[in-house]
Ligand binder design. Structure first.
Ligand SMILES: [Fe+2]
Length: 218
């Protein structure tokens, strides 16, 4: 191999903040979640995506915390971790507010497509159940191989195209809402449930002609 005095410089990174064992009553929350009404996910073109029952469903409400007995406790606990991630991991001095919260139900064998959560800043997913043997997983994708996908000789942060996270009961993942992700196929014989959150910054954001104040009354 030819030698060079060139040196690689890292420019940008993406990150997911993971919390294990959030202080919630997972079994109680799972029961509350299972009682909510779910609907098929419609594609943007309005076509049915669930004809063979192989796609996840989401709750009819995207404000499920208002309809759950544990809603306020969930909001408080998850917001606490999101705030820590913003201050200590993502590195911003700003508040946050959970706006939309919905449940997902993935029947055995179901898969969904890569997607982002438009119009929000951060997103989070909490898992009220999941054992090691269940292999409940979520996949993130960078899009690095959208145009060219040559054989990778050595995986690193520059060429990494996708990451698969195995999730367990009590896990919470917090990530930028623009990060592409999907629920990996449910390999078990039972329904897989999770709760997703869309988050906005709260308070003073930016400076000068980009200054904005987001205040939420509820
Ligand atoms: Fe999602």
């Amino acid at each position: 191999m030819k030698k060079t005095n060139g040196k690689g410089l890292i420019l940008f990174s993406e990150g997911v903040f993971k919390v294990e064992n959030v202080a919630l009553n997972h079994k109680k929350i799972l029961k509350e979640l299972q009682k909510l009404k779910f609907r098929d996910i419609k594609a943007v073109d309005g076509l049915e995506t669930n004809k063979v029952k192989n796609s996840p469903q989401i709750t009819e409400s995207v404000r499920i915390l208002d309809h759950m007995e544990s809603g306020d406790i969930i909001d408080k606990e998850i917001t606490k971790h999101i705030q820590v991630s913003i201050n200590n991991f993502f590195g911003y001095d700003v508040g946050c507010k959970i706006i939309n919260t919905w449940g997902t139900k993935s029947p055995p064998g179901s898969v969904n497509n890569f997607h982002t959560h438009s119009n929000y800043w951060l997103s989070a997913v909490y898992y009220p159940h999941g054992l090691i043997k269940d292999k409940f997983r979520i996949m993130f994708e960078s899009g690095k191989h959208d145009a060219f996908a040559p054989k990778v000789s050595q995986y690193n942060n520059i060429n990494m195209n996708s990451v698969l996270f195995e999730t367990l009961e009590g896990d919470l993942l917090i990530f930028p809402a623009h990060l592409r992700h999907m629920i990996a196929p449910n390999l078990t014989s039972k329904n897989r449930y999770s709760i997703a959150f869309n988050i906005l910054p709260e308070g003073n954001i930016g400076e000068g002609d980009s200054h904005l104040v987001y205040q939420f009354t509820k």
